[in-house]
Design a protein around this ligand. Structure first.
Ligand SMILES: [Zn+2]
Length: 505
């Protein structure tokens, strides 16, 4: 017995020694390897030791090493094999104790060169988007020629920007011929899809028919108008933006507007939008949701962009404003009938109370939609109603959890579901060999708290919890590595500079 124990002790020492040696050699290996550089792409990159969350809703697993060759994920290996892959790597990212997720897909955004007439650099928007982990942006609107240039520059790494999927604005048309040729021009411009807003049912149906023939995708912001979500189901819309068209299709008759309601008045419009969901016939709603699911129409609810309606105080006191609110946006957000969404002069507590209820019913509908088999995506629509690019997107994720989704489901909305809606589910939205190297490395576990995706310096309580760590550390887009704190630092500098310039004028 004693003899055997001695051997065991000896054996344990050998194991310890091996562990120590392998630890030393792996740390030396790490130290020898160059850490990834901001804004660069190398032929071979290894993200090692991270816990991975795939986009499809499966549980977190790891530690794993993710081997990237140029712009592609080459393989995912158990971390114990790391030495093998690290030896041949040009650069590494140490993800030990961190989480790796697919890059986020922002389904609803706009580029704003000069909100309220004040110039705003595109790099400001791009930095905030990338810093928030967004590697793909579905851009709704913008001039085709300029957007094509941005797409090329983003893809080559010439500018730090998410991948851009371009949907051109559908301009409308008087005759059927005009409508169809407008859609054909959109196709010819190289756009992936078109964005429809504020058009009547007949126009929409002709335009959607032409789009379908040409293989153009459709994002429909269907408001309270004669067209509603049932038209989207009929015509095979790709995504319903926001929400109005869905409850509108499930009313028992028309919404009970007061006699003096005026749809052209934004205060009226937003006020009574907050009283739309409560009028829904739940049985009818179920049929509408079912139809959308059957026809494969995805829903991009954009919860965050309406949040000021239920809590104006929260919107006005966003801690991100101190460092990140560009003076152009600040001016645009000042209540004025000339700025879309800046309707809050006259907003009341009663309006907020209605809106809180509105959110609760709306969120339940989004959850029911997914339970029926529907595809829910995440989009921000920032640059309006007190929402800043990137920050609005991260808030959107938090609101999806509030809607009753598990954080794994929220991540799925933000990644795989966006890819599905875009028809790119074999290219982006997952951590899988052969997929585009679009990833984020998070210092902390976002499944435990989605708020840790926010950068440092916004919330002292959260910062204290994180003890100098936390937030997205790297955003990797098509193999290019972007250091998120650097992106935010540059954005703060752009804002500081713009404020100074404006003050000097
Ligand atoms: Zn929009």
């Amino acid at each position: 017995m004693a003899q055997k124990n001695r051997y065991r002790i000896h054996f344990m020492n050998v194991i310890r020694l091996i562990t120590i040696i392998s630890f030393i050699s792996s740390t030396t290996l790490t130290a020898q390897k160059t850490t990834a550089q901001h804004g660069h792409r190398v032929a071979s990159l290894v993200i090692f030791g991270g816990i991975m969350v795939d986009g499809v809703g499966t549980p977190a697993e790891g530690p794993v090493d993710i081997v990237i060759r140029n712009d592609r994920i080459e393989r995912i290996a158990r971390s114990s094999e790391k030495a093998k892959y690290m030896q041949s790597a040009d650069a590494v990212i140490d993800a030990r104790g961190k989480y790796v997720l697919p890059g986020f897909i922002n389904m609803h955004n706009h580029i704003h060169a000069a909100p309220a007439g004040v110039p705003q650099s595109l790099q400001y928007q791009f930095n905030l988007w990338l810093g928030a982990g967004i590697t793909t942006n579905r851009l709704l609107g913008g001039r085709a020629k300029e957007v094509r240039k941005l797409i090329r520059q983003s893809e080559s790494g010439e500018i730090a920007a998410p991948r851009i999927i371009y949907y051109a604005w559908f301009p409308g048309g008087k005759t059927e011929d005009e409508i169809r040729s407008a859609v054909r021009r959109i196709k010819a411009s190289g756009a992936t899809g078109m964005k429809c807003w504020g058009i009547d049912r007949d126009t929409f149906r002709i335009a959607a028919d032409e789009a379908r023939k040409l293989g153009l995708q459709i994002a429909h912001h269907v408001g309270v108008e004669d067209a509603n979500a049932l038209d989207d189901a009929d015509m095979g819309t790709t995504t319903i933006e926001h929400w109005y068209g869905i409850p509108d299709a499930a009313l028992d008759g028309v919404q009970s507007f007061p006699a003096d309601f005026n749809h052209a008045d934004e205060l009226d419009r937003f006020r009574y939008a907050g009283r739309l969901w409560r009028e829904v016939d739940q049985e009818k709603l179920r049929t509408v949701l079912q139809r959308l699911v059957e026809k494969g129409v995805a829903w991009d609810p954009t919860f965050a962009i309406y949040e000021a309606s239920r809590d104006l105080q929260r919107a006005l006191t966003n801690p991100a404003f101190a460092d990140y609110l560009h003076p152009a946006l600040k001016r645009f957000f000042t209540p004025s009938p000339e700025h879309h969404g800046s309707f809050f002069a006259g907003w009341s507590n009663t309006d907020e109370v209605y809106w809180k209820e509105n959110y609760a019913i709306w969120m339940r509908a989004v959850r029911d939609f997914e339970r029926l088999g529907g595809v829910v995506t995440t989009g921000e629509d920032a640059g309006y109603i007190y929402q800043i690019y990137g920050f609005a997107y991260l808030r959107e994720l938090q609101l999806h959890e509030e809607a009753g989704f598990h954080p794994l489901e929220v991540i799925r909305h933000a990644t795989y579901n966006g890819a599905r809606a875009l028809g790119m589910e074999h290219e982006i939205g997952r951590i899988k060999a052969g997929f585009s190297a679009d990833l984020i490395v998070v210092d902390g576990n976002p499944l435990a708290n989605l708020q840790i995706l926010l950068p440092q310096g916004l919330n002292p309580v959260l910062d204290q919890q994180r003890d100098g760590h936390g937030g997205i550390e790297w955003t990797i887009k098509q193999g290019f590595t972007y250091h998120a704190p650097t992106l935010f630092k540059q954005a703060r500098e752009i804002v500081r500079e713009a404020r100074k310039n404006l003050a000097e004028q």
